[in-house]
Each structure stands twice: as C-alpha cells, then as structure tokens.
Design a protein around this ligand. Structure first.
Ligand code: SF4
Length: 444
C-alpha cells in the first residue's frame, strides 16, 4: 500500500460567495512566505500524522511507533498482543509468517517496512496534492521549496502523480512551464461554470474567457492531465444552461471532470442571499435531472464515472483522491490539513495565523487525533466508488460478515432501489448515487 501527501495552501485572490474552506485572502508576499516556511518546517520536523508520536516516516525502526511499542514482546502493544505467536492477535494471525495477516504483512521480521498500512518509510509516497485555497498563487520557487522538503522527508515514487489546484487567471505561461519542470504533472482547474453571470454570482474573480485562456496555456506548457471542477445546481440555473456548461467542458476535452452540486454553507454571503430571498435554490428534481443528464453526456464523450462526482478518460482517475475512498494513508501538512495513517485520523489547526505560530513555537499544529471507525468508513467511503465494496475484503479486513451484520438494513436499501448486490460486491444504483446520504447514514 502506498501513501499520499496533501499540502494545504490557504490563500486566494478574493473570497468566493459560497466558500467555507479554510482560506485567507492573499494579503502580502511576506505572509505567504512565512506560511511556506512554517509548512516546510512541519514537513521536515514532525513525524507525519503524529502529534502523539505514533508515526515516524523515514525511520526504519521507531521506538515511538506505534504508540506503546517498545520492540521485543511489549505486552502493552497492541492491547491483546502477548508476544510470540499469540493466536488471538490480530484475529487472522496464526503465528509464524502467515501471509494472510494482516493484509499487507509479509511475515518474517518484526519490522516489515510495508506493515502496518500507515508505515511509509522506504519508497511509499506516490501522490502529492497541493490543495487550497489557490495553490497557483505560490511562486514556482515556493512550490519547489515545498516539494524539495517532501522529497527529503519521504521517498517519492518516480511516477508519482503530483497535482496543483489552479484557478483561472492566476498563472502565466512562464509559471506553468516552471511548475512542470518541478515534476507537477496534473492540474486541477477550478472552472466551476462557463456562464459569466453565474461566475459573478459566485464572486469567482474571473470570467469564462479566463478559463478558456488558462486551459490553452496549460496545454501549451505541456500539461497532459487536466481536471475541471464544475458546479451544478446554481441558483436560477436551468437545464439548458447546465447543458451549455457540459458542451463547453466537452469541447475543451480535459482528461478529468469533477462535478459538485452546490452546497449552501451557513455564514457565507450566498447563504445570506438565499435567506433574504435574493437568490432561490433550484428544485431537487431539477438537480437530479442535471445529474442524470451529465452522466449521459459524459458517457457519450468517452468519460468513465469512477466515483459519485468524478469522471475521467480511461487511465486518468485521480490517484490521490482514490486514496481517501480506499482508506489508504494520506499525510496532510498545512493549516486545516487532515491526515490518516491507516489507524487514526488527525487534524491541524484551522486558523492560518494560529497554525503558523504553533509550528514556529512547537513544530506541530495538530489539534485532533482520534481512532478511525474503520469498518464503517470502509463501507461508506468505498460505496462512493463506481466499483462499490468487496464483501470478501470486508471479511478479511474486519473479521466480520457484512451481510450477517446488516441483513435487514441491506434488504431495505435494496427494496428502495438504492443499492445492488452481487455475491461478492455491493454498489450504489443510479438512485443510490442521487440519495447517497440516505445510504451512508445506515453505515455510520
Ligand atoms: S477559490 Fe476556492 S478556496 Fe478560494 S475562496 Fe474560492 S472556493 Fe474558496
């Protein structure tokens, strides 16, 4: 199992009317520079995902990892482990070099570099993702400095997918060429809509011409893996308007398209406009029709749906994003970044100033660490994928039979037409994709 690295860049040129992300309006080069310094320090100084010292990336044998492990046959680690070939720990362990235990364990010595899943020492990072915010506000020098720290801290695979989120009108030909020369090989491009009236409503700070121009610049600079973000269900949006958006996207032919239904977050200017009646949400039925129309249109254009909201040309699924749905480890750095080390979830400070101060003073900005609820996360994250979940994998990973566990609930979801089940897998139906929250609620 390989891990990913997420790097949060919280600055934007201005704030969009619907946004509730941890992002700050770009104030000055000094502020950004200080943030980049803090980010670099976090990457190099902190065992990733480890406020509690659980995880020590790059150390071949860490006495701090996992928490209570002290080498040898420490009876405190994990709870049921009694050293030797304790048959009770973990469930599938049968002593010796049982190849079934745990999935990634290859037997042999106590310290297997591929085990447990969270361990990323060695050469185990194959995706890096600059998210935001607007990471394309970083100069290539700043992006290069951050990447150098990542490459020093982790061993990064030669064929790693390295994504930078970009917004229209924030890059030049020169900056794009420089990003490419750093190894950044994927652009996630915040188009949102090609309708200039809607772009104004969203306060995006660019128009549709900027989007087309930036897309051509990306191609000219050698980007062969470009993703568009589009938002459906904007206030006042009609089906004809939505179809025009899909026409525009298809004409540019990116390798990947992510579609989001507009969500209204409390505290945003758009929420206030909706509350005051100046904007009206579209009907749920129309949003559902837009989703279905998009499935048909993108399929006709040769895109494969691999997740509820994500479509790609064959071979261009976002490797980094798939890690979240498959419960692979992802180590997050930067303000509000989240990490998952295979067992626990961690979150960083959400305020940029507090994050920088915390890193400068303590070298860490972790504010949350909790055990992941792995079995339910495996189900409701896995169901987001087009392929659904494997019942055998559930049994192997958690030692339980999902059908035995939730027989009545699964029957009910099948009756409602929300999931379909084969002898080996469960997946969402089209209706299930439209009402996915109703399905996921069963497994939380
Ligand atoms: S560009 Fe993205 S992160 Fe920045 S304000 Fe707009 S929606 Fe938020």
């Amino acid at each position: 199992m390989t891990a990913g690295v997420y790097l949060h860049i919280p600055f934007c040129k201005s704030r969009c009317s619907y946004c509730d992300f941890a992002t700050d309006v770009w104030r000055s080069g000094d502020v950004v520079e200080r943030y980049v310094e803090a980010l670099c320090r976090e990457i190099e100084s902190e065992p990733a995902a480890s406020a509690a010292g659980q995880f020590a990336v790059g150390d071949s044998i860490s006495s701090n990892w996992p928490p209570a492990y002290a080498g040898g046959s420490d009876p405190n680690w994990p709870p049921a482990y009694a050293g030797g070939s304790d048959p009770n720990w973990p469930p599938a362990y049968a002593g010796g070099s049982d190849p079934n235990w745990p999935p990634a364990y290859a037997g042999g010595s106590d310290i297997d570099t591929n085990w447990p899943p969270a361990y990323a020492g060695g050469s185990d990072i194959d995706t890096i993702y600059f998210g935001g915010g607007t990471p394309s506000l970083l100069t290539p020098e700043q992006a290069g400095k951050i990447l150098a720290k990542v490459r020093k801290r982790f061993s990064v695979a030669n064929n790693a997918e390295i994504t930078l989120e970009m917004n229209p009108a924030t890059v030049t030909h020169e900056s794009l060429v420089a990003y490419r020369s750093l190894g950044i090989n994927r652009a996630s491009f915040g188009v949102q809509t090609f309708d200039d009236r809607d772009l104004k409503l969203l306060a995006r700070g660019h128009d549709s011409k900027d989007a087309r121009t930036t897309f051509r610049m990306l191609r000219d600079a050698g980007f062969t893996n470009i993703s568009f973000d589009l938002i459906a269900g904007l206030p006042g949006q009609t089906m004809a308007n939505w179809m025009r958006n899909l026409d525009e996207a298809a004409a540019l032919s990116p390798e990947h398209i992510s579609l989001y239904l507009l969500e209204i977050h409390e505290g945003t200017p758009l929420a206030e406009q909706m509350r005051s009646g100046r904007r009206k949400a579209i009907a749920d039925e129309l949003a559902a029709e837009m989703y279905e129309a998009m499935l048909d249109r993108l399929a006709a254009e040769g895109y494969e749906q691999y997740e509820i909201s994500n479509f790609s040309r064959p071979g261009f699924a976002a490797r980094h994003n798939v890690k979240y749905w498959r419960l692979d480890p992802v180590f997050g750095f930067g303000v509000s970044a989240h990490s998952f080390d295979g067992r626990r979830r961690y979150a960083n400070e959400r305020d940029t100033t507090a994050y920088v101060r915390s890193i400068e003073q303590n070298g860490t900005a972790k504010v949350m660490c909790e055990d992941a609820v792995l079995a339910s996360e495996f189900v409701f994250l896995g169901l987001r994928m087009e392929e659904g979940i494997s019942l055998d994998e559930y049994l192997t990973r958690f030692g339980r039979d999902l059908i035995e566990e939730l027989r009545n609930e699964l029957a009910d979801l099948i009756d409602k037409g929300l999931i379909e089940m084969s002898p080996s897998r469960i997946k969402l139906t089209l209706k299930g994709k439209l009402f996915s929250n109703e399905v996921f609620a069963v497994f939380v």
